[in-house]
Write a protein that binds this ligand. Structure first.
Ligand code: GDD
Ligand code: MG
Length: 335
């Protein structure tokens, strides 16, 4: 059985100020941290041992996920004192894994409904060194461009090009042969996208693409974060982590988690989610929003397409749209 490494150590710069105290993968989408949605996806594919490769704000993960037993998983934590880049993080995390099973690496900011079980199976059938999940996007400039040949072999790995040669991109989920992971230099900064993959392709390693165009989204920008949550609530994306015991009520328009307090005269709409411990007062109108645990929305407030962070208080009758609201600031999201 394969084991997993989740890359959760990035700075999440594009999501400031939400990521000042919360690492990007711990931000809420559809009532739960992004990481929890990813772990449910890994588990559904049969992966039960996962190392969280942490760096920035590493201390936030352990109190929430613990040893993973609550999810029927075994979770381990690798901490980089200074960020080691994606490759260095994988090498560092792999020190906690001893077997020779395939290692599945996930970028920690991706929501994906692709068939991971089949990706692992094809990897093993091809006796591949690495098998990359690939997907098609309209504008490939912000991603790794990955052309393949007619046998599905990767012919180049071109990270963030100005003039992309293909719109097939690296979707940030890799199955590695364990010996390839073990060959990544230890305790030094390495990028898999700029070093490991291009080098492996150049020396004719067995690098395959697994093309699957199911729902896929990198939640690393403000608009994408909100979209990801709405997609999970509305059912456009698979929400495997949303088990019935966590939910008070759920429809494509809204998700209310157990332990949220929502006044019956409040209107929640547009795929909004209200997390455990949040409090929405009378007459509030919430449309296309993420309301994190412990946030408080005053009576008559009208909020649209916004992220209300844990502990933030929205004043009575406030009018807020396209904003990030924390306990100390309100930042308008650039359109
Ligand atoms: N532990 C650790 N240490 N994690 C890291 C580090 C590090 O030094 N640097 C980045 N990460 C994690 C981030 O937390 C994130 O989950 C993941 O690695 C990818 O980093 P991003 O900063 O989100 O990269 P990106 O979105 O610009 O590009 C990556 O993802 C695209 C798909 O969304 C690349 O892998 C692209 O090739 C890819 O197309
Ligand atoms: Mg990203």
């Amino acid at each position: 059985m394969a084991v997993g490494i989740l890359l959760v150590g990035g700075f999440g710069t594009r999501l400031m100020p939400l990521t000042k105290n919360t690492p990007k993968p711990m931000l809420t989408v559809a009532g739960l941290p992004v990481t929890e949605h990813q772990l449910a996806m890994a588990k559904a594919a049969g992966i039960t041992t996962v190392v969280l490769a942490t760096s920035y704000l590493s201390e936030v993960f352990i109190p929430y996920f613990g040893d993973g037993s609550k999810w029927g998983m075994k979770l381990l934590y690798a901490v980089e004192k200074e960020p080691l880049g994606t490759g260095g993080a994988i090498g560092n995390a792999a020190k906690l894994l001893t077997g020779d099973e395939s290692i599945v690496v996930f970028n920690g900011d991706v929501l994906s409904s692709h068939n991971l079980k089949q990706q692992i199976q094809e990897h093993e059938e091809n006796n591949a060194d690495v098998t990359l999940h690939l997907t098609a996007v309209e504008d490939a400039r912000a991603y790794g461009c990955v052309p393949t040949d007619s046998d599905g072999r990767v012919t180049a790995f071109l990270e963030k090009m100005d003039n992309p040669i293909t719109n097939t991109i690296n979707a940030g989920c890799y199955v590695f042969k364990s010996s390839i992971v073990n060959s990544i230099p230890k305790d030094t900064v390495v990028s898999v996208e700029r070093q490991t993959f291009p080098e492996l392709v150049a020396r004719h390693g067995r690098v395959f693409g697994f093309i699957d165009d199911s729902y896929w989204l990198d939640i690393g920008t403000p608009k994408a974060l909100l979209k990801g949550s709405v997609d999970l609530v509305s059912g456009v994306a698979k929400a495997l982590a949303l088990t019935p015991e966590l939910i008070a009520s759920h429809s494509p328009q809204r998700l209310i988690m157990k332990g949220a307090q929502v006044d019956p005269t409040a209107r929640i709409d547009g795929g909004s989610c209200i997390s455990h411990g949040a409090h929405v007062q009378a007459g509030a109108l919430i449309d296309g929003c993420i309301v994190e645990a412990g946030a408080r929305i005053g009576q008559g407030a009208a909020i649209k397409n916004s992220f209300i962070a844990a502990g933030a208080h929205v004043q009575n009758f406030a009018q807020i749209s396209s904003s990030f609201v924390t306990n100390s600031e309100i930042i308008h999201i650039p359109q």
